[in-house]
Design a protein around this ligand. Structure first.
Ligand code: NDP
Length: 451
């Protein structure tokens, strides 16, 4: 049977665009449908605008430090509208780059929602039907709000980049990546930030010592963090929203933001009708080649809820093209993925937390926490952490955790060594780069238990 296309991609985010582009460059006839903007969450409402806001927010501390270093600094206020205008101009430019790259590669694009009709047919919003030998779903995820009275008044990370003005006060609900990153960003920009997290410590799943330090530093820098606390209800009140917390207290915040997780975008797409299996959270169930139970349909990225990170979606897209269009079945490697949380200070991490490693096998833990030169000189009390978890049997580094300014940059590089299977002795053989913070990673002498 002749199909209109070799590949039809639904979703123009990082994963979908990469797969479409690489398949088309290899000679496949490819089309892609995107209902919103090219670039998806990462470019339009995630990593990219978030990181630019991190940069903006860090200037407050930098200006204070500059004074401590002898500079005369006369800081005015932060001009949110000016920043926001420039931010969105940047995103428009990037979106054009994405669109342009698709067209240059010969991908036909449809600016439309698309849904499945059967294993080889897609229907666009205007009713047009097109057929393809393979269909790739890369529709990402979307923030979810808890179901509680008044929740409709709250914003999510989608809206944060579009605020007319920065609020005076803000409640952020959640303790994951997004909640913690935005608590730090908005605090840096001068908003009075309160954060509610229902559990005992933020950043569940990460190394306890590392997340403990991030939490301490966030509190020290002014985030009003309430652990073991959740929101029960919110209602419109004078000057904002009156929030009732689970501990019975009430307070008013100008803005409330939920960062309570994201759900895969799988609704009303005709997936189950076409035979695609969805998991408990609505995610598309796929095998190691990103193939669903329907042989012609594949899915990559956040919609599969495996490891929800942009570079992973891109990897999954590349592996899909290798497997389906290059005759080279390539499973996606989800082991030892380095990641960074852009809190202030940042956390960079790869591999097992201390608890997870101890549950697996006997380990030696090497850790040091200290005041770095840069901020110590400016009389700031900030501390950083460098930590290695090492297998006693093989001496391999099973986990590396860094809490420090620039930890995202550091873990990318340390991650290469860990992914290669470096031992503690390999780290030790490497000469320190002095004076840096990360040199501590190669000079850690005594394991914690032996100290
Ligand atoms: P996460 O899953 O990381 O965190 C969700 C948070 O909300 C958790 O603290 C969770 O608590 C809490 N929560 C969930 N439901 C409720 C509820 N009903 N009431 C109160 N609290 C609730 O999601 P995020 O939205 O922060 O981020 C989504 C994903 O995006 C991340 O997992 C990550 O993969 C990716 N991301 C990556 C970034 C990076 O690489 N720097 C940056 C931003 C996002 P509990 O822990 O108790 O379940």
């Amino acid at each position: 049977m002749a199909f209109d296309y070799d590949l039809f991609v639904i979703g123009g985010g990082s994963g979908g665009v990469r797969a479409a582009r690489v398949a088309a460059q290899g000679g496949a006839r490819v089309a892609l449908a995107e209902e919103s903007r090219y670039g998806g969450t990462c470019v339009i409402r995630g990593c990219v605008p978030k990181k630019l806001m991190v940069f903006a927010s860090e200037f407050r501390g930098a200006m204070t430090d500059a004074q401590a270093y002898g500079w005369t600094v006369e800081a005015g206020g932060f001009d949110w509208p000016a920043f926001r205008t420039k931010l969105h101009a940047e995103l428009d430019w990037l979106e054009n780059v994405y669109r342009g790259n698709l067209h240059k590669a010969g991908v036909e694009t449809y600016e439309s929602r698309a849904r499945l009709v059967d294993p080889h047919t897609v229907e666009l919003a205007d009713g047009t039907r097109v057929s393809a030998a393979h269909i790739l779903i890369a529709t990402g995820g979307w923030p979810v709000k808890p179901d509680l009275p008044g929740a409709e008044h709250a914003i999510t990370s989608n809206e944060i980049f579009h605020l007319d003005r920065l609020p005076k006060s803000m409640l952020i609900v959640g303790g994951g990546y997004i909640a913690c990153e935005f608590a730090c960003i908005l605090n840096g920009l001068g908003v009075e930030v309160t954060q509610f997290y229902r559990g005992a410590q933020i950043l569940r799943g990460f190394d306890d010592e590392a997340r403990g330090l991030v939490s301490d530093e966030m509190i020290a820098s002014g985030v009003n963090l309430h652990l073991g606390t959740n929101i029960e209800a919110m209602e419109e009140g004078d000057g904002g929203y009156r929030v009732t917390a689970t501990n019975g207290t009430k307070a008013t915040f100008e803005t409330v933001m939920f960062a309570t997780g994201r759900a895969p975008n799988t609704q009303q797409m005709g997936l189950e009708e076409a035979g695609v299996t969805l998991g408990r959270n609505g995610e598309i169930v796929v095998d190691q080649y990103s193939q669903t139970g329907v042989p012609s349909i594949y899915a990559i990225g956040d919609v599969t809820d495996r490891v929800n990170l942009t570079p992973v979606a891109i990897r999954e897209g590349m592996a899909f093209v290798e497997t389906v269009f290059k005759g080279n079945p390539t499973p996606v490697d989800h082991e030892l993925i380095p990641t960074a949380i852009f809190t202030q200070p940042e956390m960079g991490t790869i591999g097992l937390s201390e608890d997870a490693a101890r549950a697996q096998e006997p380990v030696d833990v090497y850790t040091t926490s200290f005041r770095p030169m840069h901020t110590a000189f400016a009389d700031r009390p900030d501390r950083v952490l460098m930590k290695l978890i090492v297998s006693r049997a093989s001496r391999r580094v099973l986990g590396c955790h860094i809490v420090a300014p620039g930890a995202g940059e550091m873990i990318q590089l340390a991650g290469i060594a860990v992914k290669m299977g470096a031992t503690k002795e390999d780290f030790d053989r490497t000469v320190a780069v002095h004076p840096t913070m990360s040199e501590e990673l190669v000079t850690l002498k005594t394991p914690v238990d032996a100290a």
